[in-house]
Design a protein around this ligand. Structure first.
Ligand code: NAD
Ligand code: GLY
Length: 357
């Protein structure tokens, strides 16, 4: 097992990465303070892994579970309410701990429930997708979608610990593995050229689920993310770089209807669109654009947006973004290969060429 730390002073927390962590009773004991535990999962993950969690929590705790429907389309305020119903129904108090067992949807929703239940209770992330192990379980962004915009309702609330059990990836569908690889590639493109080159050399092994390659990619991704989060927890500055490809990707997710494109698929195409605009601006070369597209494609991800959205609609959707300040759209683009910046300094006509139409 490897242990990384998200260094947030007195709220610092560990990311445990290894196999057989889901059922590791000692890890839960180490972090759970009170006696009440609510495990939140969904109808796909619970049959696979809930028993191991319940077994690990057996004995000393009063454990309740809430099982949500599976899918991005259920990442809503309405479905979130079921967690509050379960907590209040069980009369759980402020010393309770929530355990998020699942991918990014369960992690984001459970985290937001923890941020808001009785003005804030503790929670532990047990991410079971590649995407959630390399990104969403780390850093404390929690929330739900709104019909008009992705992740528009939420809060920052850090977990007590992250238990990334790499063995859980064995049951993950290939399409979901690819979605996770989008966020892995993102770290390379932001500012880790060495990691990007490693990914170019090892993408086939990752897609083939080579355990060592996956473990390295998870650890490197979490290391990169933990560094950014420690420096800028509430996204006053550099944390926005972690949104490379996301303004384009969120527009695709919202425009196509939540769940039609996976989050990672939107990010994959979105990173290629960010590279395309960066190239049109003269900030990266044609070779850099080709390298970006090639790596995203080798991960099994789309490199272009869905044609049916159309340019006007795409730009409209992009205007609903948390990086918009005083009505001005800011984007994460590259000024040099693997050198991302947040900027409003792009040509609107070139952006229109990138989004099409
Ligand atoms: P997800 O949570 O929908 O999980 C993907 C699918 O895999 C689901 O059907 C799920 O039930 C299934 N699944 C999960 N673990 C499994 C396993 N071990 N075996 C078999 N099936 C399994 O999607 P995701 O890609 O994990 O997360 C995407 C979400 O994360 C989006 O809502 C996105 O906005 C959010 N996100 C948040 C942050 C953040 O910083 N908070 C960062 C990136 C993404
Ligand atoms: N995934 C973006 C962030 O955590 O900031």
């Amino acid at each position: 097992m490897r242990i990384l730390t998200v260094d947030l002073g007195d709220r610092a927390y560990p990311i445990y990465i290894g196999t057989d962590l889901i059922g590791d009773a000692e890890l839960y004991r180490r972090h759970i303070g009170g006696r009440q535990v609510m495990v939140v999962s969904n109808e796909t993950v619970a049959p696979l892994y809930l028993d191991r969690v319940l077994h690990a929590l057996g004995g000393g705790y009063r454990v309740e579970t809430v099982i949500l429907p599976d899918g991005e389309q259920y990442k809503t305020l309405e479905v979130l309410n079921r967690i509050y119903d379960a907590l209040l129904g069980a009369r759980f108090d402020r010393r309770c701990t929530l355990v998020a067992l699942g991918g990014g949807v369960i992690g984001d929703m459970t985290g937001f429930a923890a941020a808001s239940y009785q003005r804030g209770v503790n929670f532990i992330q047990v991410p079971t997708t590649l995407l959630s192990q390399v990104d969403s379980s780390v850093g404390g962004k929690t929330g739900v979608n709104h019909p008009l915009g992705k992740n528009m309702i939420g809060a920052f609330h850090q977990p007590l610990a992250v238990l990334a059990d790499t063995g859980s990836l064995d049951t993950l569908p290939d399409r979901e593995l690819s979605a996770g690889l989008a966020e892995v590639i993102k770290y390379g493109l932001i500012n880790d050229a060495e990691f990007f080159a490693w990914l170019e050399a090892n993408m086939d092994a990752l897609v083939a689920r080579d355990r060592d390659a996956l473990a390295y990619a998870i650890e490197r991704s979490c290391t990169d993310k933990a560094r950014v989060v420690a420096a800028d927890e509430k996204e006053a500055g550099q944390r926005a770089l972690l949104n490379l490809g996301h303004t384009f990707g969120h527009a695709i997710e919202t425009g196509m209807g939540y769940g039609a494109w996976l989050h990672g698929e939107g990010v994959g195409a979105g990173m290629c669109m960010a590279a395309d605009l960066s190239h049109r601006m003269g900030w990266i070369g044609v070779d850099d654009l080709a390298r970006t597209n090639a790596l995203v494609a080798r991960a099994g991800l789309p490199t272009t947006p869905p044609a049916e959205l159309g340019g006007d609609r795409f730009l409209d959707l992009m205007a609903v973004d948390k990086k918009v300040l005083d009505g001005q759209l800011r984007l994460v683009l590259m000024k040099g290969m693997c050198q991302a910046v947040v900027t409003a300094d792009f040509d609107a006509d070139k952006l229109r060429e990138t989004v099409g139409g």
